[in-house]
Write a protein that binds this ligand. Sequence first.
Ligand code: SF4
Ligand code: SF4
Length: 146
Amino acid sequence: MTNSKIVQLLHVQDDNRVFVDMADDESNPCLSCGACCQHFRVSMYMGEMASSPGGTVPDELVSAVNPVIVCMKGTEAGYGRCVALRGVVGKPGIRCEIYPLRPSPCREYRVWLEDGTPNPDCQRLRKNIGLVPLKPRFAVQGVAQC
Ligand code: SF4
Ligand code: SF4
């Protein structure tokens, strides 16, 4: 049986990057996971900071990496918890406190790939914290042209 509910909404950017927004309900596995938010160094061009034109990420939540790159505080060395993560990793209720303002690496990271199969990285990180693997979804994605 297929599930026609849109869990991932894809936004194609002018530069052809694809940003993803997840549904804010129980269909979204991220809301009981959070594993990726304590694994990667989440770095971005400093132009994504709210103090830059068009930027969104609150300045006080980032650390400098070099003169042009910043990263989310807590993730500087990798394997650290992002400062914007709220809740207990692997438990219902975990969430990103700045979801509408989050940086581009977080927007680009997908749970399910184009063909509906789970992102292998995501599966690995979930397994590391004891969560069950995600199943493929074949009617999961909506596409919005930005
Ligand atoms: S590891 Fe996957 S399921 Fe877990 S929060 Fe990250 S994207 Fe969501
Ligand atoms: S900004 Fe939000 S989505 Fe990105 S790593 Fe931090 S908590 Fe996760």
